[in-house]
Design a binder for this molecule. Sequence first.
Ligand code: SF4
Ligand code: FES
Length: 257
Amino acid sequence: MKIILHVWRQASAGAPGRMVRYEVGNANPDMSFLEMLDVLNEDLMNKGEDPVAFDHDCREGICGMCGIMINGMAHGPQPGTTLCQLHMRHFKDGDELYLEPWRARAFPLIKDLVVDRSAFDRIMAAGGFVSVPTGSAPDGNAIPVAKEMAERAMDAAACIGCGACVAACPNASASLFVAAKIAHLGLLPQGQPERDPRALKMVAAMQAEVFGSCTNIGACEAVCPKSIKLEVIARMNRDYLKAAWTHRGEQSGSGAG
Ligand code: SF4
Ligand code: FES
């Protein structure tokens, strides 16, 4: 099958960028989208041209590294699917696709389709963990976890940190990502001791990274390849407000995003 690509090419954050038209004449319906880009890059390298930079790692939908806009849709047209798990059979012979990087002020461009998502790492470092005292490992079954809580925590833990929610949001809000992490840890008994400081610190870190605020549009949920639900944002707001009230006078902050 033949696919016509218009790819955002930009050598670095400070360089001018532009769409460049390419034709991939030998794409196969069984290829993943990334494999189709590999074919494009082999052609470009054979011609002595600079290959298109794009992020990827596991290619199994679990690491969160891949992700671009295809015709304005984060991760492309297939719901609940990462770019690496999107196959060319979902496109037609002769389709014309516009490929762009995630666009958000908090995700500065590195090159072509690659952006810097280290803002997510800094939010995680602010509170996205359960502190573990040193000593011998606890018995895995010593703390009972209710089935419903385990399932809800597992649903939130499915977030792979890809950033599609930010890219799709007209406000470039990171609320779905941050809320998924807060819910994942805050639903488990092991996450209770640090629940309040976690909500306060992660929301403060999100605001410091200049992500936009959530206005309940829902574009994040629509594009999330792991089907994280908007309800985690309501949960984050409750956790944040409760923690801010409980610890009033001890910290500053203007509210969840
Ligand atoms: S909430 Fe969904 S879209 Fe956002 S980072 Fe997590 S997996 Fe990606
Ligand atoms: S490359 Fe790991 S999720 Fe796509």
